[in-house]
Design a protein around this ligand. Structure first.
Ligand SMILES: NC(=O)c1ccc[n+]([C@@H]2O[C@H](COP(=O)([O-])OP(=O)(O)OC[C@H]3O[C@@H](n4cnc5c(N)ncnc54)[C@H](OP(=O)(O)O)[C@@H]3O)[C@@H](O)[C@H]2O)c1
Length: 334
């Protein structure tokens, strides 16, 4: 089969597509997937170089998020709710290939309303954004919500979800182009370019001096956001896309009665497994009803051009989820 296989730890631009990789053999609890589309993540770029915390033994096939069909020759382990031919999405190692093996409990049914392209980018980002706003920030209708990197994968999902939850949403991003995306695909109410100095003053103006109740931050802008947070505000630490881990001054947290809360979605399976099902139930309903709509970056890649997609992500050029189509016509509901 075709696969984007890592045989030595190098930058992705040095990896060629392999055409003769053996099909994976599912282990206990795994099913075999015909991959239609894969979702790109920043950690893929780190993983090919051995700089990510998950280090599969060489050689390994890159890619985690996928959407596809359960393969006709897949084993169906006891308790697995799927059958061959079912449309599914989820995560496992080796998504950038014709076939991959994935644990059946890391796989979900793909709603009829969604294409494979849309489904391939859901598994990591959407529950992160949902649980950040609902479970961690306890966001209420009518509250002011500031989302940083608002056109990015988790950011644009957070903008949409905060709107669905009845929030007044201020989208913040690093360029006018990305802010337009946050408005067009996220439905943001107000737009702030955080590449400009004193952007917090504009947030205070928008909120009539009150400041925002919730900050959803995948970038590392929590300390900067303290300047425009309301009394009893909640700041959610989602990630450090800007590259450095913030050290926060606790006096500012005290002065405004602020709560700083962390969110590590990947660890819910270990510590709070029952919550995983609850979050997905809500999200699948939102997708099926059309209230939430995954956003796919305008340029969709193929296995041959995958490396260019990873480079676009690395260079901060993309918005929404960047997708690679393994099979053709994945914008349609096959
Ligand atoms: N906590 C969790 O459970 C969890 C789950 C998923 C993801 N995350 C984390 O959330 C972060 C965002 O993930 P994502 O999938 O949304 O990524 P993404 O789609 O690549 O978006 C990241 C955005 O961050 C902004 N950014 C600011 N400074 C940057 C820099 N120096 N380099 C690159 N980007 C920069 C960029 O937007 P602008 O150009 O508009 O600034 C970029 O589009 C990552 O750090 C990821 O690890 C955490």
């Amino acid at each position: 089969m075709r696969a984007f296989q890592v045989t030595q730890l190098v930058h992705h631009s040095q990896i060629q597509l392999s055409n003769n990789v053996p099909e994976p053999i599912p282990k206990e609890g795994e099913i075999l997937i015909d991959v239609h589309s894969g979702g790109l993540n920043f950690f893929d770029i780190l993983q090919t170089q051995g700089k990510y915390q998950i280090k599969p033994p060489l050689p390994f096939v890159l890619g985690t998020e996928f959407a596809g069909k359960v393969a006709q020759n897949s084993p169906i382990p006891q308790g697995c709710p799927f059958k061959p031919g079912d449309r599914v999405f989820g995560a496992g190692q080796g998504a950038y290939a014709d076939k991959m093996a994935a644990k059946y409990d890391s796989v979900l049914p793909l709603p009829d309303a969604l294409t494979y392209e849309q489904g391939a980018g859901l598994y990591v980002t959407w529950p992160t954004s949902y649980e950040g706003l609902v479970g961690r920030a306890q966001m209420k209708p009518g509250e002011w919500v500031l989302v940083t990197a608002a056109a990015g994968g988790v950011g644009i999902a957070a903008v949409q979800l905060a709107k669905v939850l009845g929030g007044k949403v201020i989208a913040a991003a690093g360029s006018q182009e990305k802010l337009e995306i946050a408005k067009r695909y996220g439905g943001a109410d107000y737009l702030i370019d955080y590449s400009k100095p004193d952007w917090q003053k504009d947030v205070l103006k928008i909120t009539n001096g009150k400041g925002v109740d919730v900050v959803f931050d995948p970038v590392g802008l929590i300390q900067s956001s303290f300047k425009c947070m309301a009394w009893r505000g909640r700041a959610i630490v989602v990630g450090f896309a800007a590259g450095s881990i913030e050290k926060l001054p606790s006096n500012l947290i005290l002065l405004k009665n602020i709560s700083v809360v962390g969110l590590h979605w990947g660890a819910y399976r270990i510590h709070e497994n029952e919550r995983v099902g609850e979050v997905w139930k809500e999200l699948l309903e939102l997708f099926s009803s059309g209230k939430a709509k995954p956003v796919v970056y305008s340029e969709v890649y193929s296995l041959d051009t995958l490396s260019q997609g990873l480079t676009a992500l690395e260079k901060r050029k993309t918005y929404g989820k960047v997708i690679v189509n393994i099979k053709k016509n994945n914008g349609a509901k096959l």
